[in-house]
Design a protein around this ligand. Sequence first.
Ligand SMILES: C[S@@+](CC[C@H](N)C(=O)[O-])C[C@H]1O[C@@H](n2cnc3c(N)ncnc32)[C@H](O)[C@@H]1O
Length: 508
Amino acid sequence: MKQEADILLRVEKARKLLNGNTSRKKRSEIGQFLTPAPIASFMASLYGRTCDNVRVLDAGAGAGALLAALVRELSLRAERPKSIMVTAYENDTKLLPYLEKTMVLCRNTCSETNIVFDGVVLCEDFISNAVADLDNGLFSRSGNRFTHAILNPPYKKINGESSVRKRLNAAGLETSNLYAAFVWLASQLLLPGGEIVAITPRSFCNGPYFRRFRKSFLNLINLRRIHLFESRKEAFADDSVLQENIIFHGIRGQRQPKLVTISVSKGPDFANATQREIPFEKVVLPGDRDAFIHLIDDDEGKQIMERMSRFKTPLIKLGLEVSTGRVVDFRSRKYLRQNQERGTVPLVYPCHFDKGFVRWPQPNTKKPNAIVCSDQTQDLLVKSGHYVLTKRFSAKEERRRVVSVVYDPDQIKAELVGFENHLNYFHARGKGMPSDLAKGLSAFLNSTLFDRYFRLFSGHTQVNSTDLRKVSYPPSEQLYRIGKRIGESIPDQETIDDILEQECGEDG
Ligand SMILES: C[S@@+](CC[C@H](N)C(=O)[O-])C[C@H]1O[C@@H](n2cnc3c(N)ncnc32)[C@H](O)[C@@H]1O
């Protein structure tokens, strides 16, 4: 079995060589992060039963690490296939000699184990080909439906005006990232019962821009396994990929499973991974119109989901909405003023957040404290009142993901106020809300429970208004009760958490 051991080493050698010859910047531009051998082997190990005639799709195959790992895995199984046919798409001609070589190694591996092998390398755009194949339906080129899809697709934004975007829209998928397009098309090209394993950023699990993708993906694919990495730098350590990646395994079919396996490892040390079975309905909540995928990876995660599940009030039932601050500072530059002066109103940035309230003005900030109030800026301003604000961006190292404060009109004398675009604001149909409701809501958003809950389903450091809109909140009477217990500055974390438990606990 010499070839079998060789094949991964050879592909890994090619990866290192290619990485050495292309700068990280270039690789990032073309979305070319090649999969290290241990990850490729792990991915290949996730496939279920082997069928007699395996048809593999590797879309964006690079040097062929993934298809090689899969061929190796299948050839080592006790129940081996009779034949393996591989279709590999790769549109970068520089990689083709490596990919062709990998195909030769696969052929050799198969011949050692009496498996018939056929490998096709297509130096073509996967997207146009797949869309054409799907369009042609029954009349598509034979061989263009697969039992196994294995993918580490390119991660790149798709330009809104591009022909790729138009082609995808015509095929029924609206997505702004190539990786989602690859996964969706590969899933469509699977035969019923066909399996997909992919390594992708985890942004699709909850990002608002991936809603349509998530919905059609979950309609098509039964999610069986999700693997998470504890540290976001680990999966592609030598590539310094900063995206948080996940690996998932799914089967094309109608019904979602009862349980999804969620596993976590620090990096590619899969032997030490922790693993648990989570009911599918806790991963994707029934009736969730956004179909968020909650990545609950431990007991604590389960407990958090359970504790949050007692809150059932949608924001709209509280009479509230959440929006992104309307003042985009670089577009309104000529109306911004460092300090308050005649004809201006307060402008609030995250730098005005201080101990649970907006402290305005801030003398020591580089950010403008005021915005001119004129006909041109009217639409950017809101009437003074009690608003709850959250930061939209937090640094990865920051202790809390969600940071909330109250804008209290009793502390800041002004008729109108501008909220800058780096923050979200909760409002009652464009106006302020009762003081106790604002304080209660802000305390809830600042609680440890909410912060942990938010981290569970958010892989990035951004706090989008869409994310906040879809959370279920405590009923208004509980928020009012919490609010009444908050004074002029926010209590310490322990006290907030105690208040939440006392007012909203099982007996609250
Ligand atoms: C993230 S890399 C992964 C490569 C390989 N699957 C692996 O795991 O090592 C994605 C690959 O897709 C290729 N690619 C990008 N856009 C493509 C397209 N439209 N059609 C086919 N291949 C594409 C890139 O050149 C790159 O090699």
